[in-house]
Write a protein that binds this ligand. Structure first.
Ligand code: FUB
Length: 326
């Protein structure tokens, strides 16, 4: 396989969420920087201060950097750490959803709007009520309903919300082997700025229909969930975090349960793995990141893209994360 190159090299980019808007492919990545913050399991070294929007006419074609789309300093409720964002469109408005720590150091999910998919985006004065944790993915179903999937363990704080309220004393890792903590989902209200229903937990089950266990670290959800559909089936894909895999599970509706199906991408260079999957101009694409451009630095990642293929039974063909360029 020829070396896979980052889609841009003039800055570090991560956590790519790709969408087709106005016939063009837009990518909403995190903007990694060298902030000088030491690495720890809380993810403090991911101290991003703004985000850019990228776009292209063709995969492999020229990529336009539309510049800064949103800055932490312009978000009224901001504490720190602008992590993985995602975008959606409804009725003439583009929405950018972003996780950010508030002034109490608790991750919330905010929303900002623009008349252009390229931004710049104007943030709402407060985070989405009832939102928490990280990695929003906003999915538009066939009937036009939008759902937000979100959540992430460890530095993403999802474990601290296990009982429904924030408890910073909950340990990072559970000691028992109960059912794994699932990502969260809520239908978005018509205004796209509120949840229209209480947040629910998603269950991921194994081939026997049993919930994936907490200690099943190569299959349990960790962060970076993404939803897409293929031939009428709902595909929930996510990162397994400390086992560094991108995996997927399938179901017959947006809420699940979802049955674990397999690995999409084996570990890349770097600790994190994060992605999006979409169809564009008749082919399916996996946008992902690795740390090859920075020589392996965890917090300095670069977005890449490669073609994704399905087998006849709908299974996704597994890809190797350590491509020749890594
Ligand atoms: O970019 C910061 C965090 O790293 C993301 O929110 C996670 O998904 C991981 O990629």
């Amino acid at each position: 396989m020829p070396p896979i190159q980052p889609i841009v090299t003039h800055m570090f980019t991560a956590d790519p969420r790709a969408h087709v808007f106005e016939g063009r492919l837009y990518v909403y990545p995190s903007h990694d920087i060298e902030a000088g913050v030491p690495e720890n399991d809380e993810g403090d070294h991911f101290d991003m201060r703004d985000c850019h929007v990228l776009s292209m006419d063709e995969v492999g074609g020229e990529v336009t950097d539309h510049g800064v789309a949103l800055r932490v300093e312009d978000i009224p409720w901001a504490g720190r750490q602008l992590w993985s964002n995602d975008a959606a469109y409804k009725d003439g408005t583009y929405y950018l959803y972003f996780p950010l720590k508030d002034r109490s150091d608790v991750f919330r999910i905010g929303v900002a709007t623009s008349t252009s998919p390229a931004g710049p985006f104007t943030p709402e004065p407060e985070p989405i009520p009832g939102s928490f944790s990280i990695d929003p993915c906003v999915f538009r179903d066939r009937d036009g309903t939008h759902y937000m999937y979100f959540g992430g363990l460890w530095g993403g704080q999802l474990q601290r919300w296990r009982t429904g309220t924030y408890d910073p004393t909950v340990p990072r890792d559970p000691m028992d082997d109960g059912p794994a903590l699932g990502p969260r989902i809520a239908r978005l209200a018509d205004d796209m700025k509120h949840f229209a229903e209480p947040v629910r937990e998603i269950t991921i089950v194994d081939e026997q229909g049993q919930p994936v266990r907490q200690q099943d670290r190569k299959r349990r959800f960790f962060e970076a969930c993404w939803m897409h559909t293929y031939r009428g089936t709902y595909y929930l894909s996510y990162s397994t975090g400390d086992t560094h895999l991108l995996v997927y599970a399938t179901g017959d509706n947006p809420y699940g349960p979802f049955t674990y199906r397999g690995v999409i991408l084996t570990p890349v260079l770097g600790w994190t793995t994060h992605h999006s999957i979409l169809e564009f101009k008749g082919k399916w694409w996996l946008f992902y990141h690795d740390s090859s451009l920075s020589g392996g630095k965890t917090h300095l990642r670069s977005v890449k893209v490669r073609e994704l293929r399905y087998r006849e039974d709908g299974a996704i063909e597994q890809m190797e994360g350590m491509d020749v360029a890594s």
